[in-house]
Design a protein around this ligand. Structure first.
Ligand SMILES: [Cu+2]
Length: 70
């Protein structure tokens, strides 16, 4: 299990937070999703053999948000 933080642009309200949480939460191997709206961060705990960070990023983009590269 690893933990990573993604910077996500485009989340503006609790509805966005819920959309991202649900989208990521239903993926395989996701243990925990925490969205920090103020910091625009999505903290994810997941099993890398089931979903990669690229998979998670792709789903967030699919849901209409933008991943900001560090
Ligand atoms: Cu919103």
């Amino acid at each position: 299990m690893i933990r990573k933080a993604l910077k996500v642009e485009g989340m503006t309200c609790q509805h966005c937070v819920q959309t991202v949480s649900e989208t990521v939460g239903k993926m395989a191997g996701i243990q925990k999703v925490e969205v920090n709206l103020e910091q625009k961060l999505v903290n994810v705990e997941f099993e890398e053999s089931l979903s990669t960070i690229d998979d998670i990023s792709a789903q967030i983009v699919e849901a209409g948000f933008e991943i900001v590269e560090d």
